[in-house]
Design a protein around this ligand. Structure first.
Ligand SMILES: [Zn+2]
Length: 69
């Protein structure tokens, strides 16, 4: 599975691996918070899912390293 960032994930926030509660697909998204310390596993956040074709909730499965620091 590719860990490359979803182009639709957005430019801001913490890169996370997340699972859609609607269709159960796992994608890399950006959690809309600035600091990785604020994101913990199992947290849910609202984000657009293209398979569901609407905004759904995503549960954080993994917090990814930021490439630039
Ligand atoms: Zn979905």
């Amino acid at each position: 599975m590719s860990k490359s960032l979803d182009p639709a994930a957005g430019e801001y926030g913490v890169a996370v691996e997340a699972i859609c509660v609607g269709c159960r697909q796992v994608r890399t998204k950006r959690y809309p918070k600035a600091v990785p310390e604020a994101v913990s596993l199992g947290q849910s956040f609202k984000h657009v899912c293209h398979r569901c074709q609407k905004a759904t909730y995503w549960n954080v499965r993994d917090v990814l390293e930021e490439e630039s620091r």
